[in-house]
Write a protein that binds this ligand. Sequence first.
Ligand code: PBG
Length: 343
Amino acid sequence: TRTGDSGVSITTRIDAATAGLRMRRLRQSDWSRRLVRETSLTADDLIWPIFVREGGGAPEPVPSMPEVFRLSVEGCVEAARRARDLGIPVVALFPYTDADKRDERGSEAFNEGNLVCRASRAIKAAVPEVGILCDVALDPYTSHGHDGIMEGDRILNDETVEALCRQAVVQAEAGCDIIGPSDMMDGRVACIRQALDEVGHRDTLIMSYAAKYASAFYGPFRDAVGSGGMLKGDKRTYQMDYGNSDEAVREAAQDIAEGADMIMVKPGMPYLDIVSRLSREFGVPTFAYQTSGEYAMIMAAAGNGWLDGERAMIESLTAFKRAGASGILSYFSPTIAARMPRR
Ligand code: PBG
């Protein structure tokens, strides 16, 4: 027996201090760790964001996002088949738009033949069992890279909301199942709900980006959709200040009151406190977006051999569940689903 300075056995002292409770007992073996694990991840928790581009041919790599590609419409259909086979419930579509299709007002958003609409139709026709989420925001289509309509250097709220309603209707018509307003304009959820209902899309879901922060973690995404170089200034007059948490509660309350079926927090990993707070406060399905920058960080470190990418990926996604997320939008979705148990 080891004894301390006083001559009392260390074991006696520890048992006295812990009242015999030794937390490590349950961690001794794999079976006991698995038995008492509080949170686990399945493919059902995943939403897979996909980038769609014009033309056919091979997937085009996104330089700042290793192993992520811009896909042709046909490539998106293949990805949706893969999602179905892997048990991933939803794919989210994001268009890469060439500069020549962009204008000041983002008119391409209302073109029912735009990339996102063509990809939605093609996926719905080929793989109807997979849900489709489409972002509602003008940034993939504007020449200035902002999410809304501008006058001088101001983003006009109400004019933008009107445009977003048109965009939402066009996307619902094309087969989109979940509308994801990611623009952070005021009042857009109520207006979009009403616009969808008026044309008979009562069952189209709304997952609002309720707490979306003005973040450095969107950088690689903006490259992926072609708006990186175009963005003039920043998005701080509509996306939230990262110092705020109470404001996220007010944003979420507002979106839920306006008719959001589900809410989202974005970015993800640095904002788990917000995920936790909103999921507990409202009890509404709450999602987290592990953004392009978070993906790029893990991939870059793994690529340099600085951490084990595989383990970091699973750990990071499980942490979202632990924080209270119903599910996660992640570029890791297909990789991780291939390794996950299915219900
Ligand atoms: C568009 C939008 C963005 C993202 C999703 N929708 C970028 C932005 O707001 O600038 C970011 C996704 C990511 O970084 O993975 N409004």
